[in-house]
Ligand binder design. Structure first.
Ligand SMILES: NC(=O)c1ccc[n+]([C@@H]2O[C@H](COP(=O)([O-])OP(=O)(O)OC[C@H]3O[C@@H](n4cnc5c(N)ncnc54)[C@H](OP(=O)(O)O)[C@@H]3O)[C@@H](O)[C@H]2O)c1
Length: 206
């Protein structure tokens, strides 16, 4: 029996990439999943993969970034808190190394992530008296739709990927290596307020 058997896990942005991998891996752990995404086709495919992995699935330039990357997790946390107090559940925010190190051309994005990190710290201290933990996972470069969409041509993508590879001495990270960290933070009963980088050494080499 998985550690998350009969636990309800909400994974936002689960129609691709890290969110999708996380949902699938929680499914393997026996969780009951609630997943969200805007693209119905991709979300449906993610749901099928979660089902195959064993889960029950219920599907359903500044401003945009702050909306999606900060407002959404902050208010989801606020509205989930009463339930988390009862279940002694936890929150893992998906941030980025960009919230920790300066990334040229990614300043608005980085600002949302560093604000999210501070939300994680502050909210974790507010929630600790209720036995609710709040942590953050901060990935380095992971090849997903988001990183593909940063480039306008195959040539620029190739060059961009080569640059990113040089910044990560341990090499590229895959989505499941991120979800491994997310699951660790959910399991680790005495860990809260932690900003955990899984970055292939990017912070070290910057
Ligand atoms: N990939 C990396 O190198 C990397 C590095 C550091 C941090 N991260 C973080 O990891 C998280 C997941 O990214 P990913 O790499 O897995 O990217 P991805 O493959 O593009 O997945 C993004 C997910 O978020 C959903 N989404 C995007 N914009 C949204 C919006 N405005 N409102 C609601 N949902 C939205 C997408 O679904 P729909 O389009 O169906 O809505 C999709 O499910 C992000 O927070 C990203 O900042 C990624």
């Amino acid at each position: 029996m998985g550690k998350f058997e009969n636990k309800v896990v909400i994974v936002t942005g689960a129609s691709s990439g890290i969110g999708e991998a996380t949902a699938i891996d929680f499914a393997k752990e026996g969780a009951k999943l609630f997943i969200t995404g805007r693209n119905k086709e991709r979300l449906g495919n993610a749901a099928k993969k979660c089902k195959a992995a064993g889960a029950e699935v219920d599907v359903d330039t500044y401003e945009k970034l702050f909306h999606a990357n900060l407002r959404a997790p902050v208010f989801l946390s606020k509205y989930a808190l009463p339930y988390l107090k009862i279940s002694k559940g936890c929150i893992v925010n998906v941030s980025s190394v960009s919230g920790i190190i300066a990334s040229p051309n990614l300043v608005p994005y980085s600002m949302t992530k560093s604000a999210l990190d501070h939300f994680t710290r502050g909210f974790s201290s507010e929630c600790a008296p209720f036995g609710v933990r709040v942590n953050s996972i901060n990935p380095g470069f992971v090849e997903t739709r988001i990183t593909d969409s940063m480039y306008t041509s195959d040539e620029s993508k190739k060059k961009g990927f080569e640059r990113s590879k040089k910044k990560q001495p341990l090499g590229f990270i895959n989505s499941h290596q991120i979800s491994e960290g997310i699951i660790f933070l959910c399991r680790s009963e005495m860990t809260t307020g932690t900003i955990l980088s899984i970055d292939g050494g990017m912070i070290l080499s910057s």
